[in-house]
Design a protein around this ligand. Sequence first.
Ligand SMILES: Cc1ncc(COP(=O)(O)O)c(C=O)c1O
Length: 439
Amino acid sequence: MAYDHSTNSLEEYWIPFTDNKGFKADPRLIVSGSGNYMTNHQGGRVIDGSSGLFCSPAGHAHPKIVEAVHETMKELTYVAAFGTSHPLSFALASKLAGILPEEINHVFFVNSGSEAIDTALKMVMAYHAANGQDRHRFVSRERAYHGVNIGGVSLSGLMNNRKTFPSVMPNIVMMRHTWDEAELFVQGQPEGRGVELANDLQRAVDTFGGQTIAACFVEPVAGSTGVLNPPKGYLERLREICDAEGILLVFDEVITGFGRIGGKFAADVFGVTPDIMTMAKALTNGSIPMGAVAVKDSIYEVITDSAAPGAIEFFHGYTYSGHPAACAAGLASLSLYEEDGLLEQAAALSPYFLEAAFSLRDHPLVKDIRGIGSLVGVELHAGAAPGARGGQCQKDLFWNGMHVKFTGDAGILAPMFIAEKSHIDEMIGKLRLTLDGLS
Ligand SMILES: Cc1ncc(COP(=O)(O)O)c(C=O)c1O
């Protein structure tokens, strides 16, 4: 199905995180999607090499999800999210609790990863307030991406995401990022300097006093910056310092959750349980916006026990928290992952995918490749300006029939869990061909 966009104005829509003028001069529209493929507005087939934005592992337009949402919407299109609720929200929270780490059984619904992060920040504040503690400092990390709301930007370690927005939260301390130019082309966790880098948190404790630090936020694998795996011992050491100092450890699992790195969650893959987990994206296979924040029972209990009987315990929530359509999509997606064994399928394909992706290491434009599970960052040598070559590569790839999300010069490959070897071959072939055409 081709779509003649020339009959429609492209001017009014302000496209997020996009060079609007360039896009409108050379539009790249997707008009339909099914499984591993999408169709562009000229009728061309585009293989999805990033599962959208790492959110659709079961493939585009999965009939079971479409049907579940449709059936729900026929009965229930909205329920006030405060003071009332509906059965699907409880069902989805219970289902999630069943797959989350053992001590994490309470789930708050939001509509995106960014809202999950801001919600987690407020939960941390509410928890320490309930405990009568004045902890006002947060620790984050260089190269971190925690979404775009003010809380997430405050925690952001990416310069472009912060430099035009100076009015962010105060009292944020940054740890160093974990990329090490001495260890290139590593699959999985680098041997690296895990304990040394995690001791940046200890340095914050030693500088400011552990009793002033509320929480440490990390993506277990830093995703958007181009897939930085935690060096061995890193997350364990963060956990140790947090335990010793009463600091809450928050894992932002917006990308890593639901099988992307080879286990249910990064917490399972790395064997480190945080106090709070944020998630979004694959929770609904990307079909309906939804995120969630899951907390240890002890956190839920401290906050809810601290309120007077009958009083609202946590003054926070969104009109669309736990929307019926999103819950239906979430329940259908989690059932699919389970019944079709999609996480296992992805884990089985992972060695083939990683080998294929790492075969690009001989390309002269490739600076580094990092990967784990079904997630690979291919970092290009910078061109005329940082990000210019990556941006060009993303555009050229599109016209060569493949979608890949680039952040700066790093392309992030995240195939669908339904992908087969032939899809991986097609992706890596198209990427190599496109790199060959770049200067
Ligand atoms: C780790 C992480 N946190 C938060 C977000 C923000 O999610 P959203 O774009 O749904 O607000 C993202 C998005 O890519 C992310 O990768």
